[in-house]
Design a protein around this ligand. Sequence first.
Ligand code: ZN
Length: 329
Amino acid sequence: MPRAGVLILLYHRVTEPDADPQRLAVRPAHFAAHLEAIRAAADVLSLAELVTALDAGRLPARGIVVTFDDGYADNATTAAPLLTAAHVPATFFLTSRYVDGTREFWWDELEQILLGPAVLPPALRLSLDGAAWVADLGTAAAWTPATVAAHRGWTVEDRDPTPRHVAYRALCTALKPMTGAARTHVLDALAAQARLTPMIRPTHRPMRASEALALARTPGLSVGAHSASHPSLAALPVSDQRAELLESRNTLTHLTQAPIAHMAYPFGGRGDQSWRTRRAARAAGYTAACANEPGLVRSRAARFRLPRVLVRDWDAATFTGQLERWFDA
Ligand SMILES: [Zn+2]
């Protein structure tokens, strides 16, 4: 008899975008198949039920919790109806400043500027934390729509085929530990060099406040926090970490008119949350927090470092096989 364990699944998007360099999207047909596989494989429970079960020392033998990070509109328009139809509960961790905001998520804006059809200068020049940063784009400065289309299937797991991809990857890394204000400053400078005004593409729209409120009011679905501006929290001074954790909790409590009990650390890896981050999350009033570190939730799991596994755009058979591997691990 295997030990009791609960698997927390991490999704980001349910859609089929033209380009998906971070591999965040699961196409709707696959997501519907995942929900069927989830119900067949385990007991489904909400994150709140998992925390209650942990507190009571009564974990289900084999449970699954579904979560979403970031707060893309497709969570509300596409994922939520599928979840409701399949009677699978889920928690949506929203990045509070992007809800009803005027910008795309910062990694999407980088993609829009660097991997889209904008004509860039031959040398991109930015100031990153006070240090000069230059990217020589050479002939990749001007891309035709055909070049953009040719690179649409590229992801960060591939090699960088052009200097634009090198710049995209470098800036994803450089912007991750910045405060929201510093990051916006860099993005504005980058957009100015590309002579474009960052706009929200309908395919990359963050959720509206009305959609967040509707999610929070849908039985089985709940909203949690994912920071205010999506930094790698552990990289920030503790006072900034606290501010991010409190702002997102306050904003989302107000927006959803519901208590925000849970959060998920942006990026969520080992380097993105330290013991100081976890302590700050507890002090900010959350009762549990999800990481992005693989593993099963066991009876003695740390409430502020709940393991989660990242789900990709797998077909039903691949996903089912992966569930078994996660449960066996
Ligand atoms: Zn995230």
